[in-house]
Design a binder for this molecule. Sequence first.
Ligand code: G3P
Length: 199
Amino acid sequence: TALTLLMITAAYLAGSISSAVLICKIFALPDPRTQGSGNPGTTNVYRIGGRFPALLTLLCDVLKGTIPVWGSYFLGIEPLYLGFIAIAACLGHIYPLFFGFNGGKAVATALGTMLPIGLDLSGLLIATWIATVFITGYSSLAALVTVGLAPVFTWFIKPQYSIPVTMLSILIIARHRSNIIRLFKGEEGRIWDKGKTLE
Ligand code: G3P
């Protein structure tokens, strides 16, 4: 319907707001696309600017996933289309219209889109991410383990969302190509290696 198409467009546009770039600008930090891993996301803002700007980036990136999906849910849009809206928000984050289509990896935004599915699923995902970072120190590996398990968790908790969650996972894994290569080469930076340039 027209409403669904409108929400897909709105989600893409919301996703296109690169929180990392804007927040770094506000805090007079360098553009995250030119420092550290070059990724405009929470992890890299943490490398460049520390805890507070990173937390703000995380919050904004999560919300731009949550708001369009939740809004669409309350507008009565069907689960399958909610999945498309979630994917649109993540595609906006990855290929932002307002930032030269040079975006991030959509980990936080995907989590934001999955929050409305339920606190049981999101709690499991957050716990998986935190546990992996705690054990290994790699933010990217934590994201990969989390999105790898997300379809499995979803299948058991809310099977009707398995297909869109799997699609989100594939998108995020594909976006971590350079991280996967670095992990295999043993060149990936740990989260506490602050300010280390990886490129
Ligand atoms: O949130 C993105 C994370 O999984 C990897 O970020 O900056 O280490 O490539 P980065």
